[in-house]
Design a binder for this molecule. Structure first.
Ligand code: SAM
Ligand code: SF4
Length: 338
């Protein structure tokens, strides 16, 4: 019987533009209990379960990335907390904290946080991003098509009580929540949360034209500056956000504006999709298939494919929001991991 080839100590991850890759986002499921209008169609079809990576495969691939220099992992989706074995995965990856991994975190819609906040903290999670585009029950229900903002607010309360720092994600949407942005920042200051505002991105087909709801954050920032004392923080997280400190508070305001200003030059991240594809950029179609690699050739083959992927990472995305235009890529954010 053939024995598996020994796995060599692999090289660190540096892409063809010289950027070190230290951040992995994993979409653990493309399913979700909400249907945010800018993210999914109402009749969204999901991948058959057989096409998903299983928990052991996700953990092995993630651990391989850690051994190659990834120091931060974000679990996302879809809604990560709807996956049944999710807490097992968090606990497993939590064992790598302090052993190469500096931070394990999640992006969640918060609907199930009240049940899981304590377990997340126990596994080593210390910070979460919770998406909440409105605190008004009717607007929240409209944007998510059926969500209950009370459930999300309970979840945020449970997370804070468990000791988890919460950053609120809010997609800025013309005619839907633009008047709630300043009150949301005031609420975050009051509650001790950070706030990140996001421009809607052209990812995957939805039932509406995203151009109708696109709100440039340049415009939003001017308005917030008139109401809050905002100090620009001259530091890069390696991500697409720029940050401002709300003076004399613990709150940081982040702006993710891939349309009105991209910060790809310092990009440090790659994404593992629900079906095991490694995407080097949210805005491009190129990927390598790590599910096939781990199933056919084990971790040695995963290493080969990761190295190959480094040669595919583009310099930048080229998002545009134009009325009637097809999305920049056909994949929804929920598959690639937002
Ligand atoms: N379901 C979780 C949630 O909503 O937080 C995690 C996945 S969701 C895809 C991650 C983030 O992406 C959320 O903050 C969501 O608002 C954002 N998002 C989804 N689709 C987007 C799009 N087309 N453009 C910009 N942001 C989007
Ligand atoms: Fe679900 Fe998050 Fe997409 Fe909303 S943004 S539909 S909560 S995956």
């Amino acid at each position: 019987m053939a024995t598996a080839a020994p796995v060599q100590t692999p090289e660190k991850l540096v892409d063809r533009h010289g950027r070190a890759i230290t951040y992995l986002r994993i979409s653990v499921t493309d399913r979700c209990d909400l249907r945010c209008r800018y993210c999914m169609a109402e009749q969204m079809t999901f991948l058959p379960r057989a096409q998903l990576l299983d928990l052991e495969e996700i953990a092995l691939i993630a651990e391989r990335f850690i051994s190659r220099g990834v120091r931060k992992i974000r679990l996302t989706g879809g809604e990560p907390l709807v996956r049944r074995d999710m807490l097992e995965l968090v606990a497993r990856l939590g064992h790598s904290l302090g052993q190469g991994l500096d931070e394990l975190t999640l992006t969640t819609n918060g609907t199930r946080l009240d049940q899981h906040a304590d377990a997340l903290f126990a596994a080593g999670v210390r910070r979460l991003n919770v998406s909440m585009d409105s605190r008004d029950p009717a607007t929240f229900r409209h944007i998510t098509r059926h969500g209950d903002v009370g459930q999300v607010l309970n979840g945020i309360g449970a997370a804070s009580a468990a000791g988890l720092a919460v950053k609120i994600n809010m997609v800025a949407l013309t005619g839907l929540n633009e008047h709630e942005i300043a009150p949301m920042l005031a609420w975050c200051v009051d509650q001790g949360h950070d706030l990140t505002l996001i421009e809607t991105m052209p990812l995957g087909q939805i039932d509406e034209d995203r151009a109708d709801r696109f709100l440039p954050l340049t415009q939003v920032l001017d308005d917030l500056r008139a109401r809050f004392d905002l100090q620009f923080e001259d530091r890069s997280s390696g991500g697409p956000a720029r940050y401002w400190r709300v003076q004399d508070t613990g709150t940081r305001l982040g702006l993710i504006s891939p349309l009105t200003g991209n910060f790809c030059a310092t990009c440090n991240r790659v994404r593992l999709s629900t079906d095991g594809k490694l995407h080097m950029c949210l805005g491009h179609d190129d990927s390598v298939d790590l599910k096939a690699a781990i199933r056919d050739g084990g971790l040695a083959e995963v290493d080969v494919r990761i190295t190959e992927a480094l040669g595919l990472k583009p310099a930048a995305h080229d998002f545009r929001i134009e009325r009637g235009a097809a999305p920049a890529v056909s994949r929804h954010m929920s598959v690639t991991g937002g």
